[in-house]
Design a protein around this ligand. Structure first.
Ligand code: GRG
Length: 384
């Protein structure tokens, strides 16, 4: 199993030194998911797994959510202002998810990255209005993609409430998602920076590609993990990576800083999705605000299943038929629970977070830079 894991890390191009003893880590990680029941606790939870030297030395970081919210006051009101729509029911649908019930992870990362880059470049304490607009655009693209995703998956609940497709029907939900996307595009155009427009437009292509990748499965076992990671980048990490890059471009002319911002966002984004996939196995629906075991029911083999399959090759057939026979979903869950698929996926997420921390540590120290380091730990230890 260890050989499989290490080979996998090589093929997945996790470039960082792997200094953590594997078995100790797996032991620690098995107790890393205590029960948390409110969103505010997602924001405040102390890290259970350290992934940077500063945290190990006991030094205190700024709370990323407190620090980030200083620049995000009125975020949802401002987004709703962007959705100037005359048709009442379309407006109600488009505004439905901008109610403060999401974690706002993307805007938080964006404003922290903006300030970290500004301080790095010219010690500036000011955040530009255009950088804040990127935070709004990121949340709007994210929300539009959730609305469309729920239609594709025929999902009934999200963030603890009914999905738009269940309330208004699929056709109207698709149009509401389109509308949010068009409002995001207009805001992006008003930023008036061609490089930023290009960077954030790439995200939309990546989201669509990610969703397409998810529709297909790989017969070849060796290709499956690469396929899974590519999908993970496209569906989740591209938005975070490119939003981070966009604010760095607005704040600083140095391409080295743009790359640091991008790499931080990419690595944290992949880790976030890997943990999301773990939570689909380890969390309960109330906690997540959406049904769990959803991936298996949709026929998707995520990290925990792919690793479990290395231990139990009999899972191959189930993966190929996308868990479509009666009993497949329960059997796959059982295999996952008897394997160390969850621990290995969490370990992999930790490697990505290490890389994120290594990248962001290249910036000049600032409370915002340290909050981004702290955030990478929260991503690892979150349980909703
Ligand atoms: C319309 C832009 C657009 C895209 C169409 C449907 C689609 C292509 C892409 C789906 C992308 C998607 C929904 C990825 C899932 C990403 C993810 C982990 C979502 C959950 O993020 P959280 O937990 O959600 O941050 P909250 O609710 O907290 O905002």
């Amino acid at each position: 199993m260890l050989v499989h894991t290490l080979n996998f890390f090589r093929s997945a191009a996790v470039k960082e030194n792997q200094s953590i003893p594997y078995f100790n880590l797996v032991k620690n990680l098995t107790s890393a998911f205590p029960n948390v029941h409110s969103i505010s606790q997602f924001h405040q939870k102390a890290p259970a797994v350290c992934c940077c030297s500063k945290a190990q030395s006991g030094q205190k970081y700024a709370d990323p959510f407190k620090l980030g919210w200083r620049d995000l006051k009125g975020l949802y009101e401002d987004i709703r202002k962007e959705l100037f729509i005359s048709t009442t029911d379309l407006k109600e649908m488009a505004e439905y998810y901008f109610d403060g019930k999401g974690k706002a992870l993307r805007p938080i990362i964006v404003v922290l990255m903006a300030r970290a880059c500004n301080i790095h470049y010219n010690n500036s304490r000011d955040m530009q209005a255009s950088q804040r607009s990127v935070a709004l655009v990121a949340e709007m693209i994210h929300t539009a993609s959730l609305v469309h995703d729920d239609v594709i998956d025929d999902a009934s609940s999200r963030r603890g409430k009914h999905t738009a497709n269940k309330l208004w029907g699929e056709k109207k939900a698709v149009l509401a998602g389109d509308l949010i996307l068009s409002a995001a595009s207009m805001l992006l155009a008003r930023i008036g920076n061609i490089a930023v427009t290009t960077i954030l437009s790439q995200v939309i292509e990546d989201l669509v590609r990610g969703e397409f990748l998810q529709l297909g499965s790989k017969e070849n076992e060796n290709e499956r993990i690469a396929h899974y990671l590519e999908k993970t980048f496209n569906k989740t990490a591209s938005l975070i990576a490119n939003s981070c890059k966009a604010v760095s471009v607005l704040g600083c002319p140095d391409p080295v800083v743009h790359e640091i911002a991008y790499q931080y966002g990419k690595n944290v984004g992949i880790a976030f999705q890997l943990i999301d996939d773990v939570l689909d196995f380890t969390s309960c629906s109330d906690q997540m605000g959406k049904p769990t075991s959803a991936d298996l029911k949709l026929g998707l083999a995520t990290g925990p299943v792919l690793f479990a399959c290395q231990q139990f090759p009999e899972m191959n057939a189930m993966i190929m038929r996308r868990f479509s026979l009666p009993g497949d979903v329960d059997r796959a869950r059982q295999y996952v629970s008897e394997s160390d698929g969850v621990q290995q996926t969490t370990y992999l997420a930790q490697q990505y977070c290490h890389e994120a921390v290594r990248q962001i540590s290249k910036l000049r120290p600032s409370p915002e830079r340290d909050a981004l380091i702290q955030l990478s730990e929260i991503v690892l230890t979150r349980d909703k």
